[in-house]
Design a protein around this ligand. Structure first.
Ligand code: PDD
Length: 288
């Protein structure tokens, strides 16, 4: 079976899967999601993704998600059905279907959707060598960017603008500071080699790749500062890079058309790239 889906108890081809038009995920973006990397048939950072999902669900008062063990069982079965060794597992939980009315419906079970699609992580290795271009855009999102809701319209518009400009990512700028990317966390490296990234707050998503990368950096005795930095600092920085589930780490070598540093990936990002891919190999046994 190619790309597969699970919807409220049923497994099948993604093309045949569906939810009600009255689903609150569709009507209100009243839903949360996770994207988990599957490498060599194994989940990367599974517990961390589950932690973030549960945290979001409790913040939004969405109840009724199966237990962690049941969810892991569904996820493993879906990966097995897909027969893909490498892919992206998508999990979405909405508040369920009900007559359109803003307040929560009563007695409506949550909708649970999982999909598994093929994804080729090997494409990230040459990109790690060359780096990718980015643009900056105003951060027009809501005040709870720490929740991974499917209300992604500002990110959709920002990433479309990036694509139209031939860039890989759009950096969100709020009050002069770089918060994060359209679908990534963003870092700069200072002239003295300090890795700087926006601190955890309601302004950014607590990225799982971010969490893992900062741990690896600290273990390797590299200096890390979690503090806001301005777009001017970013433009002047010798190195910029991004992290996410789908791009564990990539150097940003151009910003709004200008070169970042030498215009080539720098040594700090290269070192972190080695550490990040070694950790992926350690957790999943994945080899390029
Ligand atoms: N995006 N910031 C935003 C706004 C994101 O949407 C994401 C993830 C990240 C990185 O988080 P993580 O390291 O947990 O993937 C940061 C996912 C991959 C997506 O929307 O497809």
């Amino acid at each position: 079976m190619p790309a597969v889906a699970y919807v409220n108890g049923r497994y099948g081809p993604i093309a045949e899967a569906g939810v009600s038009v009255e689903d609150r995920g569709f009507q209100f973006a009243d839903s949360l999601y996770e994207v988990v990397a599957v490498l060599n048939g194994r989940f990367l950072d599974w517990e961390k993704h589950l932690w973030r999902l549960r945290r979001g669900l409790s913040a939004l008062f969405i109840e009724g998600l199966p237990s962690d063990a049941a969810l892991a069982h569904i996820a493993r079965r879906l990966v097995g059905l897909s027969r893909y060794a490498d892919g992206l597992l998508y999990i979405q939980v909405s508040r369920g279907a009900g007559r359109r009315d803003h307040p929560f419906p009563s007695d409506t079970p949550a909708t649970l959707v999982l999909t598994m699609r093929r994804f080729d992580f090997r494409q990230r290795l040459p990109q790690l060598e060359t780096g990718v271009p980015a643009i900056s855009v105003p951060d027009q999102r809501w005040a709870r960017c720490d929740l991974k809701t499917t209300g992604l319209l500002p990110a959709v518009l920002a990433k479309q603008e990036a694509r139209a400009a031939g860039a890989f990512e759009a950096l969100f700028v709020k009050d002069g500071t770089v918060t994060e990317g359209g679908s990534t966390n963003i870092y700069m490296v200072t002239a003295d080699g300090v890795i700087v990234t926006h601190p955890l707050s309601a302004r950014i998503l607590p990225g799982i790749a971010r969490d893992t990368l900062l741990d690896l950096a600290r273990e390797a005795q590299m200096k890390v500062e979690e503090r806001p930095f301005t777009i001017e600092e970013a433009r002047a920085a010798p190195e910029l890079f991004l992290t996410s589930t789908t791009a564990p780490i990539l150097p940003i070598v151009r910003l709004d058309g200008g070169a970042v540093g030498t215009g080539r990936p720098g040594p700090v990002t290269a070192r972190l790239g080695q550490l990040a891919w070694a950790e992926i190999g350690r957790q999943t046994g994945w080899k390029p």
